[in-house]
Design a protein around this ligand. Structure first.
Ligand code: FAD
Length: 378
């Protein structure tokens, strides 16, 4: 697959690089307080980063998928806590609304998301993570309402969620073919949220459990067709996997930049670390792997842009980029020695943040299962 980076794409990447370098000045404040300075979100909102996946008619400023990948790799040089709602806005929900939403659903939600509303993806359950078909949350039609019962877990950004895309069983006899998708607002009676489930990194407070207890929503809140929810989730995840690849490579890029500088500055045995061939080889390996992963990712993004089937390539990109990024973060921390293990150091932060990327948006083992299935044709 041939692709060329256009001047426009490169210009948007360069301008995002500058914005991010400016916002990185707030990282120390974040390390010290565990709070993101309000200027960070305000800057990103004003610059239109929420609307990059949303058509102009709904207030967005859409860019093509390759440009979106380049921009996300830049944004991901920042702590993930700096742009949680933007990650959701660039994720599957706007695309699913565009593809399957009614005119009313699109009008109501796309413009809000472009303006900074947070849309959360609620698929995982305590007993149904990788195995989506084991989902227990149900939705039963009663007149002009759907009644939801059940629980979700590990839901990102729920504390700021304005909209939840909730997947529930509408036909319990059918496994995956009995799942539907619903638009649920957190103010709905019967909807409740747990305290944050604290995590190793990535989220400021953690992730959240959701409970639906006789939670009634209007029939019109069904997204798309009944019993197609699993396929919507999976189709949305192709793009989400490319996005995770971008987030991983943004993290490893900033870790690499810090390690490269530190290797030049830190003196041991009377010379900079960068004079030791072992360190040079580590840096060379990091640069090579970062580049290879970036190429694979851009190829998958190009596939999304040109509308070809990217199931295989988005899985390749998700697995390869997240594993490369974890290796790079590990080497970067090693180059820093003890200093790399200290709270407040960028490499320490990246090392923790990247770990989850091999788990969410379809764990890497599941991606390998899917790749093997396609290769073996069964
Ligand atoms: C920080 C964080 C944020 C998250 N955000 C969201 C969110 O916003 N929305 C949401 O819906 N979910 C979210 N999740 C959930 C995430 O998508 C799941 O954790 C993930 O899908 C894995 O499911 P699980 O944890 O139940 O693991 P399990 O499915 O129990 O799997 C456990 C391990 O076994 C492996 N495994 C399972 N089955 C197989 C198999 N057949 N072959 C080989 N290996 C297998 C898995 O790869 C994994 O390593 C989040 C999770 C975290 C940690």
């Amino acid at each position: 697959m041939d692709f060329k980076l256009s001047d426009d794409s490169l210009a948007m990447q360069a301008s995002t690089h500058k914005v991010v370098n400016h916002l990185l000045e707030y990282e120390q404040h974040f390390h010290e307080t565990n709070e993101v300075h309000k200027d960070v979100d305000e800057t990103l909102r004003e610059m239109g980063y929420y609307g990059l996946s949303i058509p102009e008619e709904f207030g967005g400023t859409p860019v093509d998928k390759v440009t979106l990948a380049l921009i996300q790799m830049e944004l991901a040089r920042m702590p993930p806590q700096f742009w949680p709602s933007i990650r959701q806005a660039l994720g599957p929900i706007p695309q699913l609304l565009l593809l399957h939403g009614t005119a009313k659903q699109k009008d109501k939600w796309l413009s809000r998301i472009a303006a900074g509303a947070t849309a959360c993806f609620a698929l995982t359950e305590p007993d149904a993570g990788s195995d989506v078909g084991a989902m227990r949350t149900t939705a039963v039609k009663k007149g002009d309402r759907w009644v939801l019962e059940g629980a979700k877990t590990y839901i990102s950004n729920a504390e700021r969620g304005d909209l939840f895309l909730v997947f529930a069983k509408t036909d319990q006899s059918k496994g995956r073919d009995g799942v539907s998708a619903f638009l649920v607002e957190p103010t709905t009676a019967g909807f409740s949220m747990s305290k944050p489930i604290r995590t190793m990194g990535f989220m400021t407070n953690g992730v959240y459990g959701l409970t639906f207890d006789n939670c009634e929503i209007p029939a019109e809140n069904l997204l798309g067709e009944e019993n197609r929810g699993f396929y919507y989730a999976v189709s949305g995840l192709n793009e989400a996997r490319v996005n995770v690849g971008c987030q991983a490579l943004g993290g490893s890029q900033i870790a690499f930049e810090h390690a490269l500088q530190y290797a030049k500055d830190r003196v041991t045995f009377g010379q900079p670390l960068s004079n030791h061939q072992v360190v040079q080889h580590m840096l060379a390996d990091m640069a090579m792997e970062q580049h290879a992963a970036r190429m694979l990712l851009l190829e998958a993004a190009w596939g999304l842009q040109t509308g070809v089937d990217v199931r295989l390539k988005s899985s390749y990109a998700k697995v390869f980029c997240t594993e490369v990024a974890n290796r790079i973060a590990d080497r970067a921390l090693q180059i820093f020695g003890g200093a790399g293990y200290i709270k407040g150091m960028v490499v320490e932060r990246v090392y923790r943040e990247l770990r989850v990327m091999r788990i969410f948006e379809g764990a890497n083992e599941i991606q390998r299962n899917m790749i093997a299935k396609q290769l073996l044709g069964d």
